[in-house]
Write a protein that binds this ligand. Structure first.
Ligand code: 4NP
Length: 158
């Protein structure tokens, strides 16, 4: 099972989601069966480490995202990943615009898995540090729901 978290720049929200979810998978003993990655719909920050504020917010809660590097969404991602999870409606629209007709992956909003359908993880880039704490908290909530969803799906498959 492969999951891709998608935001605009791949330096704030989606690397936070990748870091949090990677740790949750390890805690749940699912690291071997679920692979995670993140990317941005835009290409401005390709090759960059996560924003210092995102790194700090994650580090304060025991998640190290310092080694991640930004990359841009690629057409091949629609075949490679089973779930492409957008942070907000703009990211989702970009995904839908690029999605091939034969794509069978789940393409949707991350917070649908937090029991908050339609809600976005707000872009924290132009705001203060508090926005990064909010991103972390929202992503953690979605991680619980997503892990539970994947558990059920994996049981069904096995
Ligand atoms: P992200 O945040 O999509 O959560 O990584 C942003 C990062 C950079 C920009 C916008 C949002 N930017 O305009 O450069």
């Amino acid at each position: 099972m492969r999951i891709l978290f998608v935001c605009l720049g791949n330096i704030c929200r989606s690397p936070t989601a990748e870091g949090v979810f990677r740790r949750r998978l390890a805690d749940a003993g699912l690291s071997e069966v679920v692979e995670v990655d993140s990317c941005g719909t835009g290409g401005w920050h390709i090759g960059k480490a996560p924003d210092a504020r995102a790194q700090a917010a994650a580090r304060q809660r025991g998640v190290d995202v310092s080694q991640l590097r930004a990359r841009q969404l690629d057409a091949a991602d629609f075949a490679r990943f089973d779930y492409l999870l957008a942070m907000d409606d703009d990211n989702l629209a970009s995904l839908e615009a690029m999605r091939p007709d034969d794509c069978t992956a789940h393409v949707g909003l991350l917070l649908d898995f937090a029991g908050e359908p339609g809600r976005a993880v707000p872009d924290p880039y132009y705001g203060g540090e508090q926005g990064f704490d909010e991103v972390f908290a929202l992503v953690e909530r979605a991680a619980d729901g997503l892990i539970e969803h994947l558990r059920q799906r994996l049981e069904h498959v096995q």
